[in-house]
Ligand binder design. Structure first.
Ligand code: NI
Length: 174
């Protein structure tokens, strides 16, 4: 498995819509495993393929962080088929917006249909942190970041800081 570099906002690659996976084959499985490895290495709760520069509808989540046994969930073509009317607000962060957090309101429970790592159609219902994470990652597949759910004033402030941090970093040799 390979730890992949994660794209940091602002970056046009994070604003694109990802394409559906035709089937979960060895290539997609390898991508899923690399993404799990990259998520764990970055101490994240979730990762979407566009964050590693791959415009495919693949996400991984693992809300077991801090516990002994990692419990990564791998999903291709995840689709929210039901969402609760009840909305909850939770603080979110993102590996593509390091060190920035904001409160985001989303449905408290969702049912998600997806293809697992063996190309089997599965459905799961999620609530709490897992529901938040899955919705956050699915957003990435539409080019939506958590800052797109907050006020434009706060969004621009965060993106400006990230842009400034990029400019002050040493240029990467070609
Ligand atoms: Ni994210």
């Amino acid at each position: 498995m390979t730890v992949l570099p994660i794209i940091v906002a602002p970056d046009p690659r994070l604003k694109k819509t990802a394409a559906a996976v035709a089937r979960v084959d060895d290539d997609v499985r390898r991508l899923m495993e690399d993404m799990v490895e990259s998520m764990h290495a970055a101490n994240g709760l979730g990762l979407a393929a566009p964050q590693v520069g791959v415009l495919k509808r693949v996400i991984v989540v693992d809300t077991a962080r801090g516990e002994d046994t990692p419990r990564p969930i791998r999903m291709a073509n995840p689709d929210v088929v039901w969402a609760s009317d009840k909305i909850v607000t939770a603080e979110e962060g993102c590996l593509s917006l390091p060190e920035h957090y904001a409160d985001v309101a989303r449905p408290a429970r969702v049912r998600v249909r997806y293809l697992d790592h063996e190309n089997e159609i599965r459905e799961m219902e999620a609530e709490g942190l897992l529901a938040t994470c899955i919705q956050h990652e699915i957003d990435h597949l539409e080019g939506v970041l958590f800052v797109d759910h907050i006020s434009s004033l706060k969004r621009h402030m965060i993106l400006r800081k990230l842009q400034k941090a990029k400019r002050t970093q040493a240029p990467v040799p070609a």
